[in-house]
Design a protein around this ligand. Sequence first.
Ligand SMILES: Nc1ncnc2c1ncn2[C@@H]1O[C@H](COP(=O)(O)OP(=O)(O)OP(=O)(O)O)[C@@H](O)[C@H]1O
Length: 759
Amino acid sequence: MHIKVGLLFSLTGTTALTEKGQCDAARLAIEEGSHGPYKIEAIIRDICSDPRKSAREAEAMAQEGVRIFIGCYTSACRKAILPVLEKFNCLLVYPTLYEGQECHPNVIYTGELPNQQVYTLLDYLTRHYGKRVYCIGTDYVYPRETNQQVQSFLRDREGAVIKEQYVPFGHQHFQEVWSDILSQEPDAIFSTLVGKSIIPFYRDQQRLGTKLKKVPIFSPITKETELEAIGAEYGAGHYSSASYFQSLPTPENLAFIRRFQQFTGEKRAISSVMYNTYLGTKMVLDTIVEARSTNHRKIYEHMSKKTFETACGTMLVDTTHRHLSRPVKIGKSLSNGQFEIVWDSERNIVPRPFHTSSRTYTPLSDVVLKAWGNMSEEAVVAISEQGTVIYVSSKAEQLTSFAHGQSVTPAMLQAMHQTFLVTPYAEERCQIYLVKPRMAPAAPSPTASRFGGIQTVHPGYQRELEIARIAAQSTANVLILGETGTGKEVMAESIHRESDRKNGPFIAVNTALLPKDLIASELFGFVDGAFTGAKKGGAIGKFEAAHNGTIFLDEIGDMPLELQVVLLRVIESKKIVRLGESRERAINVRIIAATNRNLAAEMVANQSFRPDLFYRLNVLSITIPSLMDRPEDIEHLCQELIHECFLTYGDGPQSFQKEALHALVHHPWPGNIRELRNVIERAFLLARQEKSDITPEHLPPNIRNTDSYLQQPARSSSLKSLERQVIEQALQKTKSVTEASQFLGIARSTLYRKIKSYY
Ligand SMILES: Nc1ncnc2c1ncn2[C@@H]1O[C@H](COP(=O)(O)OP(=O)(O)OP(=O)(O)O)[C@@H](O)[C@H]1O
């Protein structure tokens, strides 16, 4: 089958300097590929850097049956052909770095986006040269849009664009611009000049003397091809960023350079726009062969499931944004026209075509991180997408020796994970790590505290057990707080068993599991005919059933408001009224309530819990720490749980292999003891069948491999949840919203708004 591919490049015109090389790169990909049953014919049209000509040529080619286009260097040319792509159902491979803000269903973008290229460059610039930047660009959409992002990036880092200057396409005289730059004394220049203007701009700097030479030019555009045109001696000492540089020493790149130079018969410079064009053409042609289709939707569907091994690392098409997730490097130009790599992301940077703010945190988030860093037992480190430390708490500084502004390599991260217990929080533009020293798992020691069925060596939890002991000796209502699966019900039952009521009933009710309209009848009972469907003869409720004993109200935060009023009355009057009856019945019941939510914060946020009921229940409050916060308890819990399994099943393993226990102790256990229990029971049954001890092979892979942290999902997915935890802690530690807002260092109104957004 014959497929015509339209190559839309400027072979004349101001941007021909860059686009000729792109055209050659596309031709190489077409020539050297093996295209199965397809014969690929390249049709080349010179679009002369002219948007109207681009649209005319594209339309004419589409009428001749072209459905795949490659090229359109400037955004103006790309935008001009979009209606043609839509009209004829065509696909454009757009292989050029650009300003983003687009995700067109007929385009696949294989050039770099500002978040991949410009932010990395600016990050490097501000770290090495300063924060006052002079922007110079050609007057069209790419430079203007990009400079808005530069403005925002610098503003977020207390820097500034001291001037934005634009010149028309093809502008050649830069003396005035340079004297202006000289008078402004910037720390660096950010250039988005394209085409022929680049040559005099760089040359004039050299000519105008040594003072100017000291100001480095950072440009996403000026690469090997442009340096070749400028003259390498004029272009040394400046910076650019991209996935690809000709100087990359990978075998794939060396082979690519050889093939390219053989193909063109010239020993000429190769730059990233050329490689991105080669890559985009190859990706689309390989996909056409695989998908057996030239339909743009099918091509994208196939492409977005694949990874592509390239001369600069593995890349993949982002399934939502049609751009490439890619590694990025920063190069400093040398006097031989090549770039020395001075920074490498060493991992892919995901594409974010739509610019919001480059800022990693909102001001509140900064405060939250600081508050978290100050009050938490954990050390806190935040690392930007570009691999720079953007926040490090003082604890983290001591523990990890990371410093603010430092570049962190994957090897350094790996070392951190191996040395410490690390919980990663994936944030949109950064990773936050909560870091703790790995504690040697302590066997229950003489210092272990026991209360009912609970044993702990964790000092914080031991203090909570003291409160539980006081609760057992009193009749006060108790509120138990803790994440799901931490053992709130076990705690409630232990209080009951240790109290004078131990011979009375212990009745547990999970309000969240009851249908809303049945909670009242379940709790307070009902008489014959009280409501449609009511059981004949009526029934007593849980309160009456718990008479002279304890009622455990789990998930109390889910109780509807109207029932909270009734519960409050019951607590105050110590009497209940069955549904359908007016007679009051005296009851003697101790109430223990539990929740994994923050009732105090919910009261403030949306009044979904009555403060008077909260204070009635919260006479004594016990907080159960999550298992992640008390790893020293895990080993004895494992021993207890395996023993329990042994008693249940009558035979089976009674111990763990050392490696298995090590893996269990070092897992973060987001599901707490409930998850630990399930894992141990499963491992017990597998080992029992093999008549062996529990070994790592009996554990699920994510637990077995303690170093598999890179694959582990972050325990919490967003900074928002971290922020929420900090705010909840602040509300718990303080007596009012005003005090909490002072503690956090934010306005009271901001705190109210934040709380409202969580619930
Ligand atoms: N100290 C403990 N020793 C052994 N097993 C425990 C202990 N604490 C809790 N468990 C077990 O962990 C599981 C969860 O406990 P429990 O139901 O008390 O947690 P919870 O905090 O009330 O959970 P949820 O919030 O989901 O209601 C149960 O299987 C329980 O037997």
